[in-house]
Design a binder for this molecule. Structure first.
Ligand SMILES: [Zn+2]
Length: 385
C-alpha cells in the first residue's frame, strides 16, 4: 500500500521549487525550437539535456538527420530491480519559426508565464524534470523503471520520432503524455479523436458547354453530389466529422470541367467508426455515367479511446484528491502522440502537462501556480504504479 501522505509531501516539496521551475522554463523557452529548423532545435535539445544531466539520470541523445535530436532519459531505483517500465512522453518542438521570441518574448505577468512553447509543451518537460527530482529527494523506491522521451517533430506529425516512442511504449505498462491540459481547470485528455485527411478526385470528360454538352462529363457536378452524400456521414453525437476543407476544379465557364477535387478532414472517436469511414470513402461510386473517382488518404492518427485511459485517470483523480485538488477530464478533437501509444494497446493518459491557454498563438501562456501541482501529480502517479 503506497504512503497516502506521499502526494501531499511531494506537493509541499515541489512548491518550494517553484522559482527554479520558472527559471528552467525560461531557459527552455528562450531556446527556440521549431520542428523544421534542426540547428535551432538541437541547441534547445542540448539545454534540456543539460538540465536533466544534473539529476543523475541516464541521459541519451538520439541523433536525427533532419529533425532535432531526441532525448531519452531513464531512471531506476537503486534499491530494487524494476518490475516494468513507465513512459513519460512529450515533445520540445514548437510551431513557431525562429524569431518569434522577439515578437512574443518570455515574460511573467499576473501569475502567468508567456512565450512560444510555454504551454505546448515546454512547461510539461519542466514539470517532469522536477517530478523526478522530488521523487529522488523523497527517496521513494520506485517499483518501475522510468523512461522520459522528448521528441522533436510532434507538431508536424511525428514521422521521425514515431518508431522510437512506439518501441519504448511497447516495453511500458503505461504512457503519460505531457501535452497541455484543457481549460483553466486543467482537464486531462482521456479521449482524443483520430485524425485523418483524404483526397477525392473526380475525373470527367471535357467538352464545349454550348456546342457539345452531350459529350462532356462534368467533374464539378459529380463532385458536388459526392460531397452532398459525404456530408450526411457527419455524426456529431458519436464524434464523427468529415469536413471538405478545400475544393478545386474547372477552367472556364464554357468548358465542361474534366477534373475536380476535394480535400477532406476526417475525425472519429472510435476505432470502429474510423474504419467504417475509411471503408465508405473507398466504396464511393460515381453518380454520372462516364465519371471516375479516385480516393486516397485516410486516418493518420487513430483515436485514443477513453477505455485506454480510464484506469489511469481514476488513479490520477484519487491522487489529486489526496492533495486536495479536483481533477476533471475531457475529450480532445485533435490528436497527439498518445493516439499512437494507445493504439498499440498501452494504457495512455494525456494532457498531464501544464495548465494554461493560447497554444499555437501569441497569447500562449501557462498558469505558474499550477506547475508544482501538476509536477506532484505526475510524481505521485509514477510512484504509485
Ligand atoms: Zn503539443
Amino acid at each position: 500500500m503506497p504512503d497516502s501522505h506521499l502526494p501531499r509531501k511531494l506537493l509541499q516539496l515541489l512548491k518550494l521549487h517553484l522559482p527554479q521551475m520558472l527559471a528552467t522554463l525560461r531557459r527552455f523557452v528562450t531556446a527556440e525550437s521549431p520542428s523544421l529548423e534542426k540547428a535551432a532545435a538541437d541547441r534547445c535539445c542540448a539545454i534540456i539535456a543539460e538540465a536533466w544531466n544534473k539529476h543523475g539520470a541516464r541521459v541519451e541523445r538520439i541523433a536525427q538527420k533532419h529533425r532535432g535530436d531526441l532525448l531519452r532519459i531513464s531512471h531506476e531505483s537503486r534499491k530494487t530491480r524494476p518490475t516494468g517500465q513507465l513512459l513519460v512522453l512529450g515533445h520540445y518542438d514548437t510551431v513557431y519559426s525562429t524569431g518569434a521570441l522577439a515578437r512574443m518574448p518570455f515574460r511573467v505577468a499576473g501569475g502567468k508565464a508567456y512565450g512560444p512553447g510555454t504551454f505546448d509543451m515546454k512547461a510539461g518537460i519542466v514539470q517532469a524534470l522536477f517530478a523526478l527530482e522530488a521523487l529522488q529527494q523523497s527517496e521513494i523506491s520506485l517499483p518501475k523503471r522510468l523512461v522520459f522521451l522528448w521528441t522533436s517533430d510532434e507538431e508536424i506529425g511525428s514521422e521521425a520520432a514515431r518508431k522510437f516512442f512506439e518501441t519504448e511504449a511497447r516495453r511500458s505498462d503505461a504512457v503519460f503524455v505531457l501535452e497541455p491540459s484543457f481549460g483553466p481547470r486543467g482537464l486531462l485528455k482521456t479521449a482524443r479523436k483520430g485524425v485523418g485527411e483524404a483526397e477525392l478526385t473526380v475525373h470527367g470528360r471535357a467538352s464545349h458547354a454550348g456546342l457539345a454538352p452531350q459529350e462532356g462529363v462534368n467533374a464539378i457536378h459529380e463532385l458536388a453530389r459526392q460531397l452532398a452524400r459525404i456530408e450526411r456521414w457527419n455524426d456529431l453525437r458519436r464524434g464523427v466529422t468529415i469536413n471538405a476543407g478545400v475544393i478545386e476544379g474547372g477552367t472556364r465557364t464554357n468548358v465542361i470541367p474534366e477534373t475536380a477535387r476535394a480535400l477532406l478532414d476526417l475525425r472519429a472517436l472510435r476505432v470502429s467508426d474510423m474504419r467504417s469511414l475509411e471503408r465508405r470513402l473507398h466504396a464511393l461510386r460515381p453518380f454520372h455515367r462516364g465519371a471516375r473517382l479516385e480516393i486516397s488518404g485516410g486516418f493518420g492518427r487513430p483515436p485514443l479511446e477513453r477505455k485506454m485511459s480510464a484506469t489511469l485517470f481514476a488513479r490520477a483523480k484519487s491522487l489529486a484528491n489526496q492533495m486536495n485538488l479536483t481533477l476533471g477530464e475531457c475529450t480532445a478533437g485533435g490528436g497527439s502522440d498518445g493516439n499512437f501509444t494507445a493504439a498499440l494497446g498501452i494504457p495512455t493518459l494525456d494532457g498531464l502537462g501544464a495548465v494554461g491557454d493560447g497554444a499555437h498563438s501569441s497569447r500562449e501562456h501557462i498558469l505558474i501556480n499550477a506547475m508544482p501541482q501538476r509536477a506532484a501529480l505526475l510524481a505521485a502517479l509514477l510512484a504509485s504504479l
